[in-house]
Design a protein around this ligand. Structure first.
Ligand SMILES: [Zn+2]
Length: 843
């Protein structure tokens, strides 16, 4: 028997402590490869590492005590970067006849300020997914600015004062996707990483050179010396052009960091898989899918020769495996070198069969997590948990809190927060030892995700959820799980990371959203960092920005790569500062605003109540449109008027109110609601927007008109349709792209050529009701359809689940729930919602 005799939990834990004491046995069995004494925790002073505001280990010898920064804005009030002229375009003043009170607007902004009567103008969706608004900057600055896919601000025109921001009644904040996959990334290896002596900002394209020897920081305005090394440009191989260095030419760069940026030697990539093997888990069949997927991707796990991989299984007890080199077959216990690959493979091949006949129904998840924490503490790394039920034994056990009768409550929803602080505390311990915990929940029963998710939330992990997972009965979810694992196992990973966001003096960051632990006021601790996580921050304006025409934001992410290199990824965003309310409205980024509001609403639904959170969302629209009306004269009092830049605001808020996270009156299982909350809090902006307001296209009649021609293939571009059943016809086939799921709704009278050439069936009647793929058929129709879908998926890292929806299919309800403009028994239609807003405004 490969699995050693099952002993009591206590014995296991006792045995485990003994093992940890001899930790050279645990990690790879090679005592020379372990340098960290398990008794001494990892130093925690990351604050000083990345460089706090003012004092810093890594600081070059400072001539001026850092805290005595020069007074803000006095010496160099409006100096622009030396090599760029006119950062802000001076444009003709535009005065809309309807907006007498909103003067001072550039021509470019005219369209964004066009007053739109929402009650009259029904077709407000652009034909294509709208690009983010372009900040009103000079071409030179625009060219070097940070990509909106990485860094976006809710207001692309930054109000000069908090008073002006208050007038607009819009939230000010940033949406970040800092570690996303990039095809091009300038990597800089130099002896000196040039940073401001005072505020520790990394040199970037928006600093100004006073001369060849001095540069002025764009965040705190301190004048710094240009180091000698900087006088040489490795790209052009020329001297004396410090402003042409790659650090000053690119707003996204990565530095290879020196030992100044380390508290200990960079950790190896260590992966521990924590597998539920209870009866419930075995029944679901996930173990087989997981083991097969890991076998397929074992060689692609990010890492190097130092990489370690280990497994722990648990039901009512916790089991460990010995994978040391030299053994003929895996034994219970321990973590191994990935080079001892054959044992890992043997174990993965054997695991699914080992528990086939188990009768264990209990789950000791808490003790298993504690064991994982102890195992991983000496190095740090990533723990991946697969759980299929409510934990029932030992520390962290949970009880069911869901009342199925209250699933469609129209009032308040209880138990959105954790039942115990066990998982949060454990996560904080993990974070302190640089351990990130990711959770895969595969369960058809209530598992209290609100409590379990805390283990990932505070350790900078990710949460995946597959409700009603079954390897045979739910093909769509099995396929989704497989696709997700493929991405999850092979995606880039950063270890022992910290992220700091700095902004121009006068601006201040006060609330962070995402999965992390806030180490100090502005330093996020990320035990692991992955390329699929997004973050949001809220900001306020503490001091007037009247002395500057530009505001800048810089995110610096310090991490250890899977190959053991310390790296710093730096993104810098530059935006103009404005003094007129009309300009603030004109620069509003409605997608970023909606995402930030969603994050704020989730927090509010936990700290206060769901109904409070919903009210706050509605009020955000009411307040903003009221502010707009109050400041523009000549607007007809009868309509509901929004500036064009904000015309989608009521629609997006209505869509938010209909999300599983925030809806009422519709049956919503508690775990699904909580998962939707997790997604809104941790996904990047584009993914959130597809989830909140999906894209609907008619695809049975796509033509080549306006099609894209890319690499010999023709990609049709059908226009976006409004999310209402009015747009569906029984003669058509419609694709609904919700980000993590895609539906293809086929009308009863859909033309049979489409059904035959694209779906491979003779007619509507012969279409199965559980189709989860489009076949690869050699017809023009099929090729065109697949080309369009592949194009939609091009830049996505996680591939969506796919459902072909017929009128009699079970997926029909979920498809129609995404048509957010339509009324439901408990929620407004879009038009009703507009009337409701109008009514609230007249109060
Ligand atoms: Zn500075």
């Amino acid at each position: 028997e490969q699995c050693a005799s099952i002993v009591s939990l206590q014995e296991i834990m006792h045995y485990l402590s003994a093992l940890i004491y001899r930790q050279n046995v645990l990690i790879g069995g090679d005592s020379s490869s372990t340098t960290t004494d398990s008794a001494s925790p990892v130093p925690n002073s990351y604050e000083s590492l990345e460089g706090g505001g003012y004092s810093d280990l890594a600081a070059p010898p400072a001539g001026v005590p850092a805290k005595q920064a020069p007074p803000f804005g006095y010496n160099y009030p409006t100096m622009h970067p030396a090599y760029q002229q006119n950062p802000v375009c001076k444009m003709a003043v535009f005065l809309s006849s309807a907006l007498g009170g909103l003067g001072g607007v550039s021509e470019l902004e005219a369209e964004t300020l066009r007053p739109v009567n929402l009650l009259q103008e029904r077709n407000i969706l652009p034909p294509k997914r709208a690009p983010p608004p372009e900040p009103n900057l000079s071409n030179d600055l625009r060219k070097v600015n940070c990509s909106p896919d990485t860094f976006r601000c809710t207001l692309t025109n930054i109000p000069q004062t908090q008073a002006l921001l208050n007038k607009a009644r819009l939230p000010l904040g940033l949406l970040l996707h800092p570690f996303r996959d990039l095809t091009q990334l300038p990597v800089i290896t130099s002896n000196t990483i040039v940073r401001c002596r005072s505020c520790r900002t990394y040199i970037n394209p928006f600093v100004s050179f006073l001369d060849q020897r001095r540069w002025k920081c764009n965040l705190c305005y301190r004048v710094n010396d240009v180091p000698d090394e900087f006088m040489y440009n490795p790209v052009t191989r020329s001297y004396g052009e410090p402003h042409k260095r790659p650090e000053v030419q690119n707003s996204t760069v990565e530095f290879i960091a020196s030992s100044d940026y380390m508290l200990r030697p960079p950790q190896p990539a260590v992966y521990l898989f924590l597998l539920d093997v209870s009866h419930n888990a075995v029944e679901s069949g996930y173990l087989n899918v997981f083991c097969q997927s890991l076998l397929d991707n074992l060689e692609k796990l990010p890492g190097d020769t130092r990489t370690h991989i280990g497994f722990v299984t648990f039901d009512s007890t916790v089991h460990f495996y010995n994978l040391q080199e030299g053994l003929s077959q895996p034994q219970m216990l321990v973590v191994s070198d990935i080079d001892g690959n054959h044992l890992v493979k043997d174990l993965l091949n054997a695991l699914p069969g080992m528990f086939t006949h188990t009768r264990e129904t209990q789950s000791a998840l808490g003790p298993a997590l504690q064991a994982a924490y102890k195992l991983m503490s000496p190095t740090g790394g990533r723990v991946t948990v697969f759980q299929t039920q409510l934990p029932t034994l030992g520390a962290g056990l949970l009880q069911s809190r869901e009342d199925p009768n209250l699933r469609s409550s129209t009032k308040n929803v209880l138990h959105l927060g954790p039942a115990t602080d066990f998982y949060k505390k454990l996560a904080l311990d993990c974070s302190g030892q640089q351990i990130g915990v990711d959770l895969f929940l595969l369960s058809s029963q209530y598992s209290d995700l609100a409590s379990l998710a805390c283990v990932s939330k505070y350790s900078a992990g990710s949460v995946f959820y597959y409700p009603s997972f079954h390897h045979i009965h739910n093909t769509a979810q099995k396929q989704k799980f497989q696709k997700d694992l493929q991405r999850y196992l092979t995606r880039k990973i950063g270890f022992e990371a910290v992220m700091r966001i700095r902004c121009t003096k006068g601006l201040s960051i006060h609330t962070f959203h995402g999965n992390f632990f806030v180490r100090s006021t502005d330093l996020l601790s990320l035990a692991n960092v992955n390329p699929d996580s997004g973050f949001a921050v809220q900001m306020s304006i503490e001091e007037s920005l009247a002395d500057t025409s530009l505001a800048c934001f810089q995110a610096a992410l310090l991490y250890t790569s899977s190959k053991g290199k310390r790296r710093i990824r730096v993104h810098t965003l530059c935006l103009p500062v404005v003094s007129q309310l009309s300009e603030v409205f004109a620069g509003a980024d409605i997608q970023a605003i909606s995402c930030l509001l969603a994050n704020m609403a989730i927090d509010r639904s936990i700290s206060s109540s769901l109904s409070d959170a919903r009210d706050a969302l509605v009020n955000a629209v009411v307040d903003c449109l009221t502010a707009y009306r109050a400041n523009g004269s000549n607007i007809q009092p009868s309509g509901l008027i929004a500036p064009a830049a904000l015309r989608l605001f009521p629609l997006y808020v209505l869509a938010l109110l209909k999300q599983k996270a925030l809806r009422t009156g519709t049956s919503t299982r508690l775990d699904e609601r909580v998962f939707s909350m997790c997604e809104l809090k941790s996904q990047p902006l584009q993914q959130i927007m597809r989830m909140v307001h999906p894209d609907l296209y008619r695809i049975d009649n796509m033509t080549e008109q306006a099609a894209l021609h890319l690499n010999d293939s023709v990609i049709p571009q059908p226009p976006l349709l409004q999310l209402t059943a009015e747009k569906l016809t029984r003669e058509g086939a419609f694709l609904l792209d919700c980000g993590s799921v895609m539906y293809l709704w086929v009308g009863k009278c859909c033309n049979e050529t489409f059904i035959r050439d694209v779906l491979g069936f003779q007619n509507y009647a012969s279409l199965p009701s559980n189709m989860t793929e489009i076949p690869e058929l050699q017809t023009t129709y099929s090729e065109r359809t697949r080309a369009f879908i592949s194009w939609l998926l091009e830049s996505r890292t996680f591939l969506p689940a796919f459902h072909v929806v017929k009128d009699d299919a079970s997926t029909k309800t979920s498809f129609f729930q995404h048509l957010v403009e339509d009324r439901t028994e408990s929620a407004f239609s879009y038009y009703e919602f507009l009337l409701h807003i109008q009514q609230q405004m007249s109060k």
